[in-house]
Write a protein that binds this ligand. Sequence first.
Ligand code: PHE
Length: 457
Amino acid sequence: MSERETWSTRAGFILAAVGSAVGLGNIWQFPFQAASNGGSAFVVVYLAAVMLIGFPAMLAEFVVGRSTERNPVDAFRELGGGSWSVVGALGVFTAFWILSFYSVVGGWVIRYILGSAQGAYFGDPTGYFGAIMSGPDALALHAVFMALVVGVVALGVEDGIEAGTKLMVPSIVVLLIGLGAWAFTLDGAAAGYAYYLSPDLATLKANFWSVLPKAVGQAFFTLSLGMGAMVTYASYLGDDDSLPVDGGLIVGMNTLVGLLAGLVVIPILATQVSVEAIRQTSGAGAVFISLAEAFAQLPAGRILGVVFFGVLLLAALSSAISLLEVVVSYITQNSGWDRKPAAAVFGLAVFLLGIPTAFSASLTYAGTGALTWYNDLAYNLLLPVSVLGVLVFVGWLRDDTASVELTKGTDAGPGSATAWIWAMRTVVSLAVVVTLFLGVQDLLVAAKVLAEPIIAL
Ligand code: PHE
């Protein structure tokens, strides 16, 4: 076997992990989740979920990856014996599954960069989205997006992923700050800030139980947990890095980008429609339709559209790379395959798995909403189960190894990891179980809706 690849610098690892974390989840889903779940009320629960639940879970994945220097499947096998490799395998499968539809949405983003430059959606934003979201065109751009991802992953950890994310992540931040500053100058933006930033505790109290699973699911997704991505990235990391410090930086930067995206999207929407209308925008089409409407009305809308969707593309790419890397690291370490053919073949397989989504004519269950099914299956079932597996494994079974690993590269002794271990055993696991319970219920309700016409026959 060839020598195992590593990051060339610590900053390289941090940027790559931030690149993984910052993605469609922050810029596409987060602002709209916030907008349709009570604005600031959602933001409060989300921040708590990120810090109290997501952060400890991320450290658990880091520990598994770095202590073994293996891909997720072999990492769990090495630490826990054969049957625990199932947890790693579930992560690899989830990465594969999510990438298939993530890439279709990435294809839409490429389409919107072109569409903004030409002003193609200006006349009829809703009709435009309906026309491009599925069909041969969507398929072709899904292929283009996957080809870009394969290209970067094929170049390797240092020359591909590290080099790519070193360019992409700073660009995302700078461009988003620029867009945020511009949004600030718009007439009518103030109502958006008010909705987004002033904690509305009454709404929060009334909706807590429905908001909680969404916020927890969003925290996992945005931190790239439950898919082996952080296990894989940490496996390329040296022992002299402090995992808690690096993890804190990654979580912090990811959260800032998410909040910043909200400061761009929500005020822009508020210039066009009332807060009440923002509250009702939700779903996969939201960014595309509502923002397209805003860009169509605003001065310099074409340039803004190109910049905004350009940022979205960079964010989506740097996340998708980490998803394919999970699969590629597993394959290259378990077969005689080299990185390049592995990236190409599994990139193709992901493309094939994404075909139903690319032809998904609707964003609801009752239509042929493949995207909704793929997404909700991942969000409501695969992710929480996978994260729970990691938590139980690290928190109960390998707590000693984990405590030693967590404190390597720091001045603290293993004893100082006790709070983390207990957090995983209690609040964190409990929150995941509740989320899983509520998420599965949602899935069952949706399955019933889908089955009704069939039962009625
Ligand atoms: N964190 C990414 C986002 O928010 C999505 C992602 C999940 C990427 C899992 C990699 C692994 O868009």
